[in-house]
Design a protein around this ligand. Structure first.
Ligand code: PGA
Length: 256
């Protein structure tokens, strides 16, 4: 059975070290007894060091929300993966739809970042997902297939096993519109099928696929109990320790 993974993506909302500590101080006691779920919180870069120090010795892990693919150099405003490793950051979100859409990141760029993250031992959470118009015109699976092909280009079987995939329909992110459990499960099963074709069934069965897009306590149980949904990437609801812990509890229940 796959161990669910819940990621809290704070986006650009809580970036001061003191704010991060306050949040984590509330979250840690709420989830301390949960052993069957991986819990990852992803603050902005400015709060990473403080957060990493603060969660030491707890079951909460820390991830970055982005990185560049070069080690060092003239890349003003970018963050090197080596810097993330140096502060003992464990995870990194790559290819979030906000990176793809607002900052025009291509599948090719995300693929480069992914290879780099893997090469230095950062654990990538890679997001994919379709726009509303793509869904409404029946192109969801084509879009997902293209993103899978290009984002995971030349990723070996050994490497794909280290990746968490986040299916995040863009129309459901921050909009309050959630995919129904059936809509989400259909695409999760499709992603697993693509992984089976590309690698093999045994490999595909081991890869964790999170759902993201307005996941919250009121819908988490129904989403997380779907066969191919192995956790969630939580935006808005991760900004309150209580609601994030309720989603984590739902993930825990889904595998009991
Ligand atoms: P949301 O964000 O939960 O606020 O929809 C999810 C995400 O962007 O990862």
């Amino acid at each position: 059975m796959r161990k669910p993974i819940i990621g809290g993506n704070w986006k650009m909302n809580r970036g001061a070290p003191a704010e991060a500590k306050e949040m984590l101080e509330k979250l840690i006691p709420l989830v301390k007894d949960i052993e069957n779920v991986d819990v990852v919180v992803c603050p902005p870069f400015t709060a990473l060091t403080a957060s990493i120090e603060f969660v030491k010795g707890t079951n909460v892990k820390i991830g970055a929300q982005n990185m560049y693919f070069e080690d060092t150099g003239a890349f003003t405003g970018e963050i090197s993966p080596l810097f993330l490793r140096a502060i003992e950051c464990e995870y990194v979100i790559l290819g979030h739809s906000e990176r793809r859409n607002i900052f025009k990141e291509s599948d090719d760029l995300i693929n480069k970042k992914l290879k780099k993250a893997l090469s230095i031992g950062l654990k990538p959470i890679v997001a994919i997902g379709e726009h509303l118009e793509e869904r409404e015109s029946g192109k969801t699976k084509d879009v997902i297939q293209r993103q899978m092909d290009e984002t995971f280009k030349d990723i070996s079987k050994e490497e794909i096993l280290k990746i968490v995939i986040a299916y995040e329909p863009i129309w459901a992110i921050g909009t309050g519109k959630t995919a129904t459990p059936e809509q989400a499960e259909e695409i999760h099963a499709f992603i697993r099928e693509l992984l089976t074709q590309r690698y093999d069934k045994e490999t595909a069965d081991l890869i964790r696929i999170q759902y993201g897009g307005s996941i919250k306590p009121s819908n988490a149980n129904d989403l997380l109990k779907q066969k191919n949904i192995d956790g969630g990437l939580v935006g808005g609801a991760s900004l309150q320790a209580n609601s994030l812990s309720e989603v984590i509890n739902a993930a825990s229940k889904s595998v009991q």
